[in-house]
Design a protein around this ligand. Structure first.
Ligand SMILES: Cc1ncc(COP(=O)(O)O)c(C=O)c1O
Length: 485
């Protein structure tokens, strides 16, 4: 039996009524009001575009919206769930603000250094004092993995007045740390564990997938349901665990949610969260077929022998599982440049990979999607190592730089008087901005950190790559930096 989708169903029923909409949005679901919209998106999308606060949808006693939230909480094993319409970026800012409300203002948060840049935005907005814990770094592949319970234990012991711990699981590449162990350590130190599980919304919904971090003891879990949960882009969820901090955290999250919420949340995005929850709960067979296809793609790559499956070589003791829905292919092993491969296979084969580094491309096999394994493997193997457009020969790979020395608190540096200087002049100065090579969007420089020559070189190198982008940069080539005056 299909589980109900109360919010989506209430919205659908409202859209089916012939309501004269003298209300925003101004297109009024009238196909002739803004014909461009109706022609482009179809009339049904306009009818579903309903402003908030409608009786029988999200206004009244125990509304379909609240029922949908409860069903989501139950599905992920949470005490409570918040639906979000601005991604895990919004969830990170809410989490940071909630931790800002927790305890005393001067108590630090111990946080994984390789977190997403939206967490750094949250740290600035909330004015958090953060002590960083370093994840294991895979220098060969140029990626950061996870934090071990032992590393978190040491970091919390070194910051006895810390009020919370924050980690990321899974990583962009699917590396999954021991969340249960991390939660145990955090709780032994008397603090809640926040898990940025932006990439793990599907965890727990198939026996081949690792468990949901909420069920492993996370006190708050951030999820981009749109990434691997099946909902529409920008929709996300924040889950409150059942652990010892639920009661104290809930009102702080409620307050932070109001500060970060649009007063015109998209009903379309919210409905997609309700529908994605149902898909995950009832789609084990479809999800299993996708996971099998992902495994077939890995096996095809291994058998052919030219490239390597990068996750086969994740040898960090900090990783306890790897997300099987991600296929990370080390095309560098076959003489190709990841960034160039990603651009060329989209142009020539209509195949779009999620991420590229110098060495790798990563395919995301969304839970439930069908995958033509031969098409993907064939397109990659067709690329010749002597084709200058994609060859890695002669290309200088940039090593992931070590973070520069921390000289000021994140917020202090972000709000300090600042000046804009050239890249050459920026070396040795304190950054006022957060700059993150995208993907994966992990800041290489944070406000308050010294800018190093290696970091400048790395960021300019990423910016110059065909699919590279640096979030927070002042210009596309990263020729200038904002530094503390
Ligand atoms: C670890 C992590 N957290 C948060 C985010 C932000 O998520 P969203 O794009 O849903 O705002 C991302 C985005 O890639 C991410 O990788």
């Amino acid at each position: 039996m299909r589980s109900p989708t109360p919010y989506a169903e209430a919205l659908r029923q409202f859209a089916a009524r012939d309501v004269l909409r003298l209300i925003v949005p101004g297109h009024a679901a009238d196909p002739v009001a803004v014909p461009e919209l109706a022609e482009f998106f179809g009339e049904q999308l306009l009818r579903l575009d309903v402003a908030p606060l409608v009786s029988g949808i999200d206004l009244g006693l125990y509304t379909p919206y609240e029922k949908a939230l409860d069903l989501a909480a139950e599905a992920w094993g949470a005490a409570r769930t918040w639906f979000l319409t601005n991604g895990s970026s919004q969830a990170n800012r809410i989490a940071a603000l909630a931790l800002g409300f927790l305890g005393r203002r001067d108590q630090p948060v111990v946080a994984q250094r390789s977190a997403h840049s939206s967490w750094v935005d949250g740290m600035i907005i909330a004015g958090l004092d953060v002590r960083f814990v370093q994840p294991a770094i895979d220098l060969g592949l140029g990626i950061a993995h996870g934090v071990s319970p032992e590393a978190l234990d040491r970091a919390l012991a070194a910051a006895p007045d810390a009020k919370a711990a924050y980690i990321v699981s899974p990583s962009y590449f699917g590396a999954t740390p021991d969340v249960a162990g991390l939660a145990r350590v955090a709780h032994e130190h008397g603090v809640p564990l926040v898990v940025d599980a932006a990439w793990g919304a599907h965890y727990g919904f198939h026996p081949a997938l690792p468990p949901s971090p909420v069920r492993e003891g996370a006190d708050l879990a951030i999820m981009s349901t749109h990434k691997l949960g099946g909902s529409l882009t920008q929709s996300a969820m924040l889950h409150l665990g059942h652990g010892p901090f639920a009661e104290v955290l809930a009102p702080h999250v409620d307050r932070a949610f109001v500060l970060e919420q649009s007063t015109s949340e998209s009903a379309i995005l919210l409905a997609s969260l309700d529908l994605a929850r149902q898909h995950l709960q009832t789609g084990a067979e479809r999800i299993g077929a996708s996971l099998e296809a992902a495994e077939r793609l890995r096996e095809t790559i291994r058998q052919a022998g030219r490239f390597r499956v990068a996750s086969d070589h994740f040898d960090s003791p900090d990783i306890v599982a790897v997300d099987p829905s991600r296929v990370s292919i080390d095309v560098g092993a076959g003489g190709l440049l990841g960034h160039a491969v990603r651009a060329v296979v989209l142009r020539d084969h209509d195949i779009q990979f999620e991420i590229a580094t110098d060495a790798c491309v990563v395919a995301i096999v969304g839970p439930g999607m069908r995958l033509d394994v031969e098409r993907v493997a064939g397109a990659l193997h067709e690329l010749a190592a002597d084709d200058p457009e994609v060859a890695s020969a002669g290309f200088l790979r940039a090593e992931l730089p070590e973070p520069g020395e921390r000289r000021m608190l994140v917020r202090e540096a972000a709000f300090a008087p600042s000046v804009i200087v050239s890249a050459a002049e920026a070396v040795g100065r304190i950054s006022a901005d957060s700059l993150a090579a995208y993907p994966p969007g992990i800041p290489n420089v944070m406000p308050g950190e010294a800018i190093t020559a290696e970091t400048v070189e790395f960021l300019q190198h990423v910016a110059a790559a065909p699919t590279g982008f640096v979030r927070g940069a002042l210009d596309p080539a990263v020729a200038a930096f904002r530094v503390v005056a």
